[in-house]
Ligand binder design. Structure first.
Ligand code: G4P
Length: 527
């Protein structure tokens, strides 16, 4: 197959949701349609149990499984579909944000009873920043929930998505009869725990005024459906693929993942409309997937679970050209050539060594400490892919060495864990003290545990009252000197030596911004 055919075959996306909306269940069902049944059971366990946030075995187990389920590829209707897993737990949101830099589109899962939740809002915001087209799946229609129209209002208002329903529920909860597929003009009848096959319960229904409808779903629901579909046509825009691809219109589907209902309709539509691998921006230029020369970037690093090997797996998204095994490529940041004897594919249920990979694919590279998140690989060109954010952490602690004999191990451990993106390390300018900043509290425990078990080092924490760490930029050297002189105690460097202002309170930040208008403050550092 030619490179263009390979590109046209691929669709790489992520599913985002607030925990418990049904992301895992939906992923599992999608894999079933792709015939990747073996892995489906494993997906289920890829989340930290609700009440086990400080159970380290659970964290370890989750890390183990998530190597296997970080990327799940399957074939469906001659397309290769790559699902990138995004942790739902909010303490791992940063990992999710980074993973979303490697997708071309997203599916947003919403619980019909709970509606739009906090995480949904944040993750949709990230997808919007990346202009990733989104399809919405309203889940759990077998339960009582919000009225479909009010839910769509909520989605438009809180998620700021222009929506266009492509299926419409007939009843809900106990009365749930199925959906009317507006996209294909067909009626799909609900069968609990059904294995929806090609024609199971699906019938073409071009004309809703057909009295046959009353016989099938009952007079009252038939009448409701007619009115509602009428209303949809008046109120919502017609589906427009171009608008969807620009991220300006989101199709909405209704279903029940656990019952495997409404999933196939969405998948079929996804395969029809979701974008193929898209061009990606570097600091230097835009890179098209069809370019002959290979380029890619690392968006995730995972420590290997095997304690005998210190290896890690770097997840690289291929952006252009063909990646080949055992071929020398340039590691741009390090300025050195590297080749990979065992690049891993994540096809269906098993990991396997791949010979070549194409744009949109995710390749696992065994790494002994060469990579960090955001690294670019090319055939020689000095490119730097943009858009992998380091978010301003929200929780801070001083980190101390708790075992003076193991200083080196602590340094190495912290260094590697930061490369993995578990947290961010800042060094205070004045005191040289080290501060760890994280998005969630769970990371502190993860770091302590992993330092001890993987590096033989011990650390202790000291509480620190801190509001935000902001990266700063300036053009006026005098203004910066003035800022530095006055704020010396609040300055630190991040791991790459960039200057960071550590604001103790929101007020302190505001004061700094007001008093130093020539200094720019950033809440995320784009790599
Ligand atoms: P997540 O990955 O988004 O966190 O959600 P997950 O798929 O794990 O689903 C959360 C819970 O919602 C699960 O129940 C799951 O079975 C249930 N669920 C998913 N889809 C549907 C649906 O369409 N209808 C209904 N009624 N429930 C659904 P659980 O009790 O937490 O787990 P389990 O013990 O049932 O597996």
């Amino acid at each position: 197959m030619s490179l263009i055919e390979e590109i046209e075959k691929r669709k790489t996306f992520g599913i985002v949701s607030h925990p418990d909306a049904g992301k895992t269940t939906l992923t599992e069902k999608l894999l079933l349609f792709g015939g990747a049944i073996q892995i489906a059971g494993a997906v289920k366990s890829n989340k930290i149990k609700k009440h086990a946030t400080s159970d380290f075995m659970e964290i370890e187990r989750q890390r183990g499984i998530s190597v296997a389920t970080s990327v799940m590829a399957f074939e469906y209707r001659d397309k290769q579909i790559n699902i990138l897993d995004t942790p739902g737990h909010k303490d791992f949101a940063e990992d999710t944000y980074r993973t979303l830099t490697a997708v071309d589109s997203a599916i947003v899962v919403i619980d019909v009873a709970k509606g739009v939740e906090d995480q949904t809002e944040k993750l949709v915001e990230v997808c919007r920043m990346r202009k990733a087209p989104m399809i919405v799946f309203v889940n759990k229609m077998d339960r009582e929930g919000k009225d479909a129209f009010s839910l769509l209002d909520e989605i438009e208002l809180r998620l700021k998505l222009r929506v266009c329903p492509l299926s419409w529920p007939i009843g809900m909860g106990q009365r749930f009869k199925g959906v009317y597929n507006i996209y294909e003009k067909s009626l799909v009848l609900f069968m609990p725990h059904g294995k929806q096959n090609e024609d199971d319960g699906t019938m073409l229904f071009e004309d809703l005024s057909d009295p046959e409808l009353d016989k099938i779903v009952g007079e009252q629901l038939a009448e409701e459906l007619r009115e509602e579909v009428d209303m949809i046509e008046q109120v919502y825009p017609k589906f427009d693929k171009e608008a969807y691809l620009k991220g300006e219109l989101s199709p909405v589907f209704f279903g029940s993942a656990v019952n495997n209902f409404g999933v196939k309709e969405m998948l079929d539509c996804f395969v029809d409309i979701a974008p193929n691998p898209l061009p990606r921006e570097t600091e230097e230029r835009s890179v098209k997937p069809t370019e002959k020369k290979f380029t890619g970037f690392v968006f995730k690093i995972h420590a290997n679970m095997d304690p005998k090997h210190r290896d890690r797996i770097a997840f690289m998204r291929i952006c252009s050209g063909t990646f080949e095994r055992n071929t020398n490529y340039l590691h741009v940041r390090q300025g050195k050539k590297m080749k990979f004897a065992n690049p891993t594919a994540f096809m269906a249920s098993k990991k396997s060594i791949l010979e070549e990979a194409f744009p949109g694919d995710i390749v696992g590279l065994y790494d002994s400490g060469n990579f960090k998140i955001g690294d670019t690989m090319t055939e020689g060109e000095e490119l730097h892919f943009k858009g992998i954010p380091s978010f301003s952490p929200e929780q801070f602690r001083y980190v101390n060495n708790a075992d003076p004999m193991k200083y080196k191990q602590l340094e190495k451990g912290l260094d590697q864990l930061m490369d993995e993106g578990v947290a961010q390390l800042f060094t205070k300018k004045e005191s040289n003290r080290k501060i760890i900043g994280t998005v969630g509290a769970l990371q502190f425990e993860v770091i302590q545990y992993r330092l001890e078990h993987e590096y033989g080092a011990k650390c202790s924490y000291e509480p620190l009252n801190m509001y935000k760490a902001c990266w700063i930029k300036w053009t006026d050297a005098k203004a910066f000197k003035d800022f530095q002189d006055r704020r010396r105690n609040d300055l630190a460097t991040d791991k790459d030596g960039n200057l960071v202002f550590m604001a103790e309170t929101a007020w302190a930040l505001k004061m700094a911004q007001d008093n130093h208008p020539d200094i720019e403050f950033f809440f995320q550092n784009e790599n």
